[in-house]
Design a protein around this ligand. Structure first.
Ligand SMILES: C[S@@+](CC[C@H](N)C(=O)[O-])C[C@H]1O[C@@H](n2cnc3c(N)ncnc32)[C@H](O)[C@@H]1O
Length: 281
């Protein structure tokens, strides 16, 4: 409750970016994480470990071990849900990690030889870190709202882990429409969302809204930052968020590496493609 109030004060004063940056940097000074991270000067995959404030920004902990372990589990859960539904990473042509952060999951696709691996993030510094440190991916940065510069129907799979969990409803809907554009008919979309597990954390009015089948967003003015939190009732996802998609699979609390979030796999329905094409920056 105190954190909530602080969050509201910070938003009212338009200090959310600053407050978040202080939070990440102070969290990065955690002595226990520092001592543990000494064992991770080089990760087992031979790639660099992002600075501690970036680990805080994407995983809420400055510990390199937890970052790597969470990314490995998340990558495995993507492979698993695809395989269970008759698909595999190797056959998807091009994939997009939307809201890729500092490459927690991207770094696990090194061995995919036939697949083009792309990432995009709203935070230009995280995207830049990926460009500098993960040689087998192509990463761009985008605005909070669509569009992105990719051509129509470019990707066989788009996944966004712990991203829609930080976006207000109208921003989520706008991205669903953009994903529809950059996926072909039959293209796959994988999202991790805050589902019923989070119900006890909601305030009375939020809980009523959630149980009534409506999306709930906290701190909308901090959209795209971790202070903003969105919650997703199953009914709302099926009827509203996914209206241009077929629900292929739904695993409550199944997003391994993004604990307790629901994992949703959608397939894009056929339909007319809106055309939008702007350069990435
Ligand atoms: C909690 S982090 C998760 C990062 C990564 N998906 C992972 O699982 O490690 C949320 C990420 O979403 C990014 N993000 C938020 N809004 C976005 C938007 N509109 N477009 C692209 N990225 C966004 C943030 O910058 C941040 O890197």
């Amino acid at each position: 409750m105190l954190i909530e109030r602080l969050g509201s004060v910070v938003e009212t004063l338009h200090l959310h970016s600053f407050a978040l940056s202080v939070y990440q940097r102070v969290g990065a000074l955690n002595i226990r994480s520092y001592l543990r991270n000494r064992g991770f000067r080089e990760a087992p995959d031979g790639l660099a470990i992002p600075p501690a404030w970036m680990l805080m920004a994407v995983a809420g902990s400055a510990e390199a071990g937890a970052f790597l372990d969470g990314g490995r589990k998340a990558a495995q859960s993507i492979r698993d849900i695809l395989r269970r539904n008759g698909s595999q990473m190797e056959d998807l042509g091009a994939i997009l990690d939307f809201g890729c952060g500092c490459g927690r999951v991207l770094r696990f696709w090194k061995e995919l030889r036939r697949t083009e691996i792309h990432g995009a993030d709203y935070n230009a510094r995280l995207a830049q870190w990926c460009r500098n440190n993960i040689p087998f991916v192509r990463v761009g940065s985008n605005e909070l709202m669509p569009p992105v510069a990719y051509p129509d129907a470019m990707f066989g799979l788009i996944y966004a882990l712990s991203v829609f969990t930080h976006l207000p409803e109208h921003v989520q809907m706008a991205w669903m429409s953009e994903f529809r554009r950059i996926l072909p008919s039959g293209g796959l979309l994988l999202l991790s969302l805050h589902g019923a597990h989070y119900l006890p954390r909601l305030h009375e009015a939020e809980r009523r809204r959630f149980l009534d089948g409506q999306a709930v967003t906290r701190h909308s003015r901090s959209a795209g930052m971790n202070l903003c939190c969105a919650f997703h009732p199953e009914d709302w996802v099926r009827k509203k968020l996914a209206m241009d998609f077929e629900v292929v699979d739904f695993v409550p609390e199944g997003a391994l590496g993004n604990p307790r979030q629901d994992l949703w796999l959608f397939r894009r329905k056929p339909g007319v493609l809106p055309r939008t094409y702007l350069p990435l920056h």
